[in-house]
Design a protein around this ligand. Structure first.
Ligand code: NAD
Length: 358
């Protein structure tokens, strides 16, 4: 019996989380779900969108699957999603982007995996506001050290890149490649311009690559990488990169494979793993039983693999693939026309996947 924390999330989260739990249970794997509510719905009662009990549960069980959680604009509370990754040190963001027959896309046979560093880079949130005393001080400090003249009243973000974080994310990418029979790892960077930060990332990647002689290694400059991905995606396999490039390229790759409805993801650390869809809480569809549950169900496939339930993972993935391929019992976004009246709801699509698994 596996123990897994289930965080339904808010917005459309609880609907897709329920669909996902039913599909995972239908594989026959025995899971004791520890259901932990979080997000805007618990704010009022518990005074925080992320009560300590949620983090305690993930720490205890080491594995969690989570529906999306809304980050209200300008409300003052920071992103629960980003905070969870930080507090649990989930340093690797894993986003497989794979074509499923029946998903409309300009591209076919996409099979890419984006491995994004999750803890540093411009995303670390070290920011200085325009006009602040500390910002002026920083501008003077930069000039004093002959590092250039930053315009007065600029805002500044700091980009920290460390050897420790770079090496561990690249090692994660190689270990993933080995464990999943992938042939190549490509490190993505802009080391020609950002010689210190991206230079250090690239150096770290080259060093780690030496420990994995059986997996091909190469590097690409990020702008070239974007062009290559839309021109010849078949040349690439596992892509590893710092946080910001990972944020952008994982959406690019999700787009190649057909969009957010089928884009799963995981945030993994040494002590815990949190599986979640790439998309957000789509609040305008809350309670309508309308959105596509597949991204979270496919995140469930990743979770099953992670806990060693390979056979169940394959069964569930095949069930999802069969329903999408048939194109009948699918949600509105997978139909040729978004107002197609034959589209089914979130829970009916889950029912179809359960039936397809036999
Ligand atoms: P979103 O992904 O929630 O929605 C954008 C649009 O994509 C939706 O309007 C909908 O048309 C479509 N869409 C998304 N998921 C879908 C699905 N499963 N099936 C069919 N269509 C789908 O992005 P957003 O509107 O920018 O964000 C809404 C909220 O979610 C924000 O508060 C944001 O911060 C949060 N968010 C959370 C996570 C997370 O929990 N990890 C990730 C991204 C965004």
């Amino acid at each position: 019996m596996h123990k897994v924390t289930l965080i339904p999330g808010d917005g459309t989260g609880p609907e897709i989380a329920d669909a996902t739990r039913r599909c995972i249970d239908a594989t026959g794997v025995e899971i004791e779900w520890d259901i932990q509510s979080a997000g805007i719905d618990v704010m009022e009662e518990e005074g925080t969108p992320l009560p300590a009990r949620v983090i305690d549960s993930v720490r205890k069980n080491s594995v969690a699957i989570k529906g999306p959680i809304t980050t209200p604009v300008g409300s003052g509370f920071r992103s629960v999603n980003v905070y969870l990754r930080k507090v649990l040190d989930l340093y690797a963001c894993l986003r497989p982007c794979k074509s499923y027959a029946g998903v409309r896309s300009r591209f076919e046979d996409i099979d890419l995996v984006v491995v994004r560093e999750n803890t540093e880079d411009l995303y670390a949130g070290v920011e200085f506001e325009s006009g602040d005393e500390s910002t002026d001080e920083l501008i003077r400090f930069v000039a004093m050290h002959d590092k250039g003249n930053i315009r007065k009243h600029s805002a500044i973000s700091i980009k920290p890149i460390s050897t420790v974080a770079s090496e561990r994310i690249v090692r994660f990418a190689f270990e993933y490649a080995l464990a999943n029979g992938r042939r190549k790892v490509t490190a993505v960077h802009k080391a020609n311009i950002m010689k210190m930060t991206d230079g250090l990332f690239l150096e770290s990647a080259r060093r780690v690559a030496e420990d994995y002689p059986d997996v091909e290694f190469e590097d690409r400059i990020v702008d070239n990488m974007c062009m290559q991905l839309v021109q010849k995606p078949e040349l690439y396999d596992v892509l590893v990169m710092p946080n910001l490039y990972g944020d952008i390229l994982s959406d690019l790759c999700a787009g190649l494979a057909g969009g957010l409805g089928v884009a799963p993801g995981a945030n993994i650390g040494d002590h815990a793993a949190l599986f979640e869809a790439t998309h957000g809480s789509a609040p305008k569809y809350k309670g309508l039983n309308k959105v596509n549950p597949c991204a979270l169900i496919l995140s469930g496939v990743m979770m099953l693999k992670h806990i060693g339930e390979e056979e169940a993972a394959l069964k569930l993935e095949n069930g999802v693939a069969a329903v999408i391929r048939e194109g009948k019992d699918v949600t509105y976004d997978l139909k040729a026309y978004r107002d197609d009246p034959s589209a089914v709801g979130t829970s009916e699509m889950a029912d179809a996947i359960i039936t397809a698994m036999g």
